[in-house]
Design a protein. Sequence first.
Length: 109
Amino acid sequence: MLKGIGDLTNLVKEAGKLKERMEALQEQLGERVVEASSGGGMVTVRANCRQEIISVKIEKDVVDSGDTRMLEDLVTAACNVALSRSRETAREELAKLTGGLNINLPGLT
């Protein structure tokens, strides 16, 4: 019977360690940056792996064209690709940490 309690104690300790590593991973993901562009580089978006857009760069030519609908589409496309890359990078890092366990970080679903 005591062996079962020892196993439970070890499980609780390991869960605490995993929680600490998950918190550290979330911090690291805030520092990891991915980039995506659309329109042949006319719009470039940078995002971190916590699903935050960091910057948007728009080439002068696309602004000067006056085609706001096209610009909106380019920004939307680049943002979507950047966020998708960011989610995938975060999932890969999480899988490394958890050994493939199906655990999700908030915002990655």
